[in-house]
Ligand binder design. Structure first.
Ligand SMILES: Cc1ncc(COP(=O)(O)O)c(C=O)c1O
Length: 393
């Protein structure tokens, strides 16, 4: 089958919900992806923030292989030591008390909506922020304020509303004793790498003291070390009651979790929630490998340090090409480069020069490199970006 065939077949067999990148990737190793025609691509996308340890990482391969030989699936009627070991590690990593394991981020968000409804009742309001993304099933889609995702799917869930992003007045106007929860991406991912302001976060903390709602940190994209701390909320003066994680936590296998503080225990009790695949033992084995590797190699603080260098160089390019680069945002290895123009051309030119970069929110180049990326790889990116900007200016 040649590359043309596979894209023809994609059109024939699949619902056309994705715009596929026109390269047939056949394997990956470290921070590189290999195409069928032999081309190698430096990857700044990480499978949308999943492949924190890059591709074919020996620790993940070893852990998964060992586990799959023992047992690949067991229903949640049983508990296995691989699940308890993963739970113990993830709870220590997140400093939370209890968790529920899922297959995906969306599924974890759905579980949290149920927990909040069960605790606070149907009438209290749940808020997310404008421009947010929390998933595409009905509950998570209701929390997702980005309108293009919701168009045509109404009616959505009741009593979910939106606070204007980083707008303290709106926050104060809306939050009161009738508030059950606020869901926050501390750096909005799909929304264009938009960080919450410190003042907005501080005001959430003030209001939380007054009204005792639950603060839910959606760390699906931003968590597990991506921004140079275990979770992105730790850059702020906030104390979430619930953390939602997925993507990187499974090392490339489908795994998600929501973690709660003890005070929310006993709400989703026997029979109130469940999943067939969530917490699959092979995925948990990969999850343990991810968490162990991050801590043994001090990788999160390496990301933090390396990103200082990278942001400085990116900001130099912004100064050099002010007509093209409008803004550089984000933290650690979750970086948005907002451009005034040429967004698609830049992504295509990167691809021609064998670098994979993703575009989000129309004109924001989103960089989510694997956390194992080294300075030499960042330098390759910077050199090529400089050349592209010269060509375009
Ligand atoms: C912040 C955030 N929440 C929720 C989701 C949905 O997660 P999943 O695609 O694993 O269901 C995503 C996915 O991009 C996300 O970035």
């Amino acid at each position: 089958m040649n590359t043309t065939d596979i894209f023809d077949k994609e059109k024939k067999y699949f619902l056309q919900t994705y715009k596929r990148i026109p390269i047939e990737i056949v394997s990956g190793s470290g921070v590189y992806l290999s195409a069928k025609n032999g081309d190698k691509y430096l990857d700044f996308m990480s499978g949308l923030g999943v492949n924190a340890l890059g591709y074919s990482h020996p620790r993940i391969i070893e852990a998964v292989t060992k586990q799959i030989k023992k047992i690949s699936h067991l229903s949640n009627y049983f508990i296995t030591d691989i699940q308890t070991e993963f739970a113990d590690k993830l709870l220590r990593f997140s400093k939370m008390d209890k968790l529920f394991l899922t297959n995906s981020g969306t599924e974890a968000i759905e579980g949290v909506i149920k927990l909040i409804r069960m605790k606070f009742g149907q009438d209290k309001k749940i808020y997310s922020l404008t421009n947010s993304f929390h998933g595409r099933t009905y509950g998570s889609l209701t929390l997702t304020e980005r309108k293009n995702h919701r168009l045509g799917f109404e009616p959505l869930l009741k009593n979910i509303d939106y606070i204007k992003f980083n707008n303290i007045e709106d926050l104060k106007d809306k939050v009161n004793e009738n508030t059950a929860a606020i869901f926050v991406e501390f750096i909005q991912g799909e929304g264009g790498i938009q960080p919450i302001s410190n003042d907005f976060a501080n005001e959430i903390t003030n209001l939380k003291k007054e009204y005792d709602f639950s603060l839910v940190a959606d760390e699906i994209q931003s968590g597990i070390g991506r921004t140079g701390k275990n979770f992105t909320y730790q850059h702020y003066n906030v104390n979430p009651d619930i953390i939602v994680s997925a993507k990187a936590i499974g090392g490339g296998l489908p795994l998600g979790a929501f973690m709660i503080k003890n005070k929310l225990n006993d709400i989703l009790d026997y029979g109130k929630h469940g999943t067939t695949f969530g917490g699959n033992p092979v995925c948990c084995a990969a999850g343990i490998a991810v968490l162990d590797y991050l801590s043994e190699n001090n990788l999160i603080s390496k990301v933090d340090n390396l990103s200082i260098y990278f942001f400085e160089k990116l900001n130099n390019l912004k100064e050099k090409y002010p007509n093209i680069i409008k803004d550089i945002r984000g933290k650690g290895f979750m970086i948005g480069i907002e451009v005034n123009n040429f967004a698609n051309e830049i992504v295509n030119k990167f691809r021609d020069k064998k670098i994979i970069v993703n575009l989000t929110a129309t004109n924001v180049l989103r960089l989510l490199p694997p956390l194992i990326m080294e300075q030499k790889h960042l330098d390759i990116f910077l050199d090529i970006f400089d050349n592209i900007l010269i060509e375009l200016s």
